[in-house]
Design a protein around this ligand. Structure first.
Ligand code: PHE
Length: 445
């Protein structure tokens, strides 16, 4: 395999605020609004959430730091950065495979992410035009079914969403991704807070608190662990080298542990807050928390049914923004590598990957059941597997001096190293293996 011609990334984040918005923008997305509530609902709520928080702290956070650190050290796309690190330190070149796994996982995630985003997109005009007015649970459920089976319409919205992604990523990091995130993310936060206040006042807040925070340990199985682990990685955007890629655009004066802490806290907070926007309505409208991927799309219109139509319209617009700032980070991971291949470049890379994603997206629109499989394979298997590899790589392969240089010396580094060297690889492997056995041999045989 010929090595890429790389000179290091010339594009960088313009400011700390810009980086934080882009990084939080990548983390906060459909994972928080759509995936977290429905998986928490399916898994019985509180016990899942407790394990989820543990996964963020023990596995997700150290991997997030490692990705930023190695990305900034490498100053290239994830694949090229790994190649640089292993050649400089005379380590096995096979580690480059970790970058490939990440790039493939990112593109697989992107391929169905654009379809769920198209559902959100479709809800924007529906909401603005008063389409949810007077909705009860049954009407909303029916509406969601009709929306997703209107394939041509979803196809149209997917194309629009995909084209916007290609456009922004082609414009570059500072001029495209950072600008978009700086405008969209603050708007999103304001709206989310408004939604929670509304849901808590009008919905069943007491049952929500009980559902989310009173652990019922009888509900825990290995499935719960695997789902919580996958969701933690999915939500934080770690395990697929996306944060590796974003790390490459970090300037030297950015404090990585502090910023990683900020990103992880913001992401976790938004997931919990999204739970508080959704579950009060689930309980007061008599909806089933275990209904799966449709949960977000069925509950929210019920909430908006009795409100002026612009409220729902703005909410879905902002959910779309959050999805958008996440999807561009997935696409960027692939494009950044193609850009390092001097012969391809950013614009051609974005368009080329866009075309491949277009065809995959069509596949999901016509076979929506594939979304579940793709989400399981990429989110619950490939991301944690990527986490194990990143843990071993950062903890055992990369010289400690590199991490010291990027993360600073001190007790935080020692803790991070213990987590990366032992906790991440050992526990994630156990959860993955037992989770797979549980999934494919549910009767224990
Ligand atoms: N974290 C994003 C979300 O919550 C999804 C994502 C996963 C983005 C992995 C990048 C990498 O929606």
């Amino acid at each position: 395999m010929a090595g890429p011609v790389t000179v290091g990334k010339s594009d960088h984040w313009g400011s700390r605020f810009g980086f934080i918005m882009a990084a939080v923008g990548s983390s906060v997305g459909l994972g928080n609004l759509w995936r977290f509530p429905y998986i928490a609902g399916e898994m019985g709520g509180s016990a899942f959430i407790l394990i989820y928080l543990g996964c963020i702290l023990l596995f997700g956070f150290p991997v997030l730091m490692a990705e930023y650190a190695l990305g900034r050290h490498g100053q290239r796309s994830s694949i090229a950065s790994i190649r640089k690190i292993v050649t400089e330190n005379k380590k096995p070149i096979a580690w480059v495979g970790m970058g490939w796994l990440g790039a493939i996982a990112s593109l697989l995630l992107f391929s169905f992410y654009i379809v769920i985003s198209a559902w959100v997109f479709d809800f924007v005009p529906q909401a603005f035009l008063g389409g949810f007015s007077g909705f009860d649970a049954a009407a909303s459920g029916e509406n969601f079914g009709e929306t997703t089976s209107n394939k041509l319409e979803i196809f149209f919205y997917m194309c629009a969403f995909l084209a916007l992604n290609v456009f922004i990523v082609a414009r570059g990091v500072h001029g495209g991704i950072e600008k978009a995130a700086e405008i969209l993310m603050p708007l999103f936060f304001v709206m989310l807070i408004g939604m929670v206040i509304f849901a808590v006042i009008t919905g069943d807040a007491a049952r929500t608190v009980e559902f989310l925070f009173t652990p019922d340990f009888s509900k825990i199985t290995f499935d719960t662990f695997m789902a919580a682990l996958g969701q933690a990685f999915f939500s934080l955007s770690v395990g697929s080298c996306v944060m590796f890629t974003y790390g490459a655009y970090l300037t030297r004066d950015t404090n990585i542990p502090k910023n990683a802490g900020l990103v992880a806290s913001a992401d976790t907070l938004v997931a919990l807050v999204a739970g508080f926007a959704i579950f009060p309505i689930v309980f007061s409208a008599g909806l089933n928390p275990e209904q799966g991927p449709g949960l977000f799309f069925v509950t929210m219109p019920v909430a908006f049914g009795g409100l002026p139509s612009f409220v729902g319209g703005i909410f879905f617009t902002l959910a779309l923004f959050a999805a958008f700032t996440s999807s561009i980070s997935l696409l960027e991971t692939g494009v950044s590598w193609l850009e390092d291949q001097k012969s391809i470049g950013r614009v051609k890379g974005a368009i080329g990957l866009g075309v491949i994603m277009f065809f995959m997206g069509i596949g999901y629109i016509w076979m929506p059941e594939m979304i579940d499989h793709a989400s399981f394979l990429s989110g619950d298997v490939m991301l944690p597997l990527g986490g194990v590899l990143i843990g071993i790589f950062a903890g055992w392969v990369v010289p400690k001096s590199i991490l010291e240089n990027e993360l600073g010396k001190g007790i935080h580094l020692e803790i991070a190293l213990v987590l990366l060297r032992f906790v991440v690889p050992i526990f994630i492997s156990i959860i993955l293996i037992l989770g797979m056995i549980g999934k494919f041999f549910p009767d224990g045989g």
